[in-house]
Write a new protein. Structure first.
Length: 196
């Protein structure tokens, strides 16, 4: 049996949409968060603790207001490689082990960001790719709000116990690299690393 993993990153996306500085996370072998500490005053090294540079966040929940999109295996793989934990608005996904996530009320505030509205011309693009394209055109866009909507708010709207980095949760942790962490700006293409 694997031992729990202890690691830290520069920031973590918290369930309320704010950022926590220098989180120390203990992750169980099953991916469940055993403990979470924030250290805004600075970090002290600990034996066995890994440093992962970037923004720690839960797996992305790609939302859609329609179940009319049908995905092939290649499309699904592209989404999962892009950090999508749950893909919504697809019917074929049920037989491939994905959980369909269709959020009712397409006009809800959560779906107002163009990045979150998956349409016929961009449904095959993972959320992170759509966010990269959006931020290239709108460099001052609210990327943090979009990430919050695609994690905690989407999970809450769909009634799923995902999307939250908190003790007891098993959110499928990701590390987002490619940010200007000093100025908290999107810089270039974002890159996802799976922590678990």
């Amino acid at each position: 049996m694997r031992r729990p993993r202890l690691f830290t990153s520069h920031f973590v996306l918290l369930p309320d949409g704010s950022l926590g500085k220098w989180p120390v996370v203990e992750l169980g072998a099953d991916g469940r968060i055993l403990s979470l500490e924030l250290h805004p005053e600075g970090l002290r090294e600990r034996p066995g603790m890994e440093l992962l540079g970037g923004l720690l966040l839960p797996g992305l929940l790609d939302v859609a207001g329609s179940a009319s999109f049908v995905f092939g295996g290649r499309d699904l793989n592209r989404h999962y490689a892009g950090g999508t934990y749950v893909l919504g608005g697809c019917t074929e996904a049920e037989s491939m082990g994905a959980v369909p996530l269709v959020v009712k009320g397409v006009e809800s505030e959560m779906l107002q960001a163009p990045v979150l509205r998956r349409r016929q011309e961009n449904f095959q693009l993972p959320l992170l790719s759509r966010l990269d394209a959006y931020m290239a055109v709108h460099p001052e866009g609210d990327w943090l709000g979009i990430l919050h909507a695609a994690t905690a708010l989407a999970a809450e709207a769909a009634g799923l116990e995902l999307g939250r980095v908190e003790v007891g949760a098993c959110p499928g942790l990701l590390l987002l690299k490619g940010l200007d962490l000093g100025g908290m700006k999107w810089r270039g293409r974002g890159a996802i690393l799976r922590v678990r």
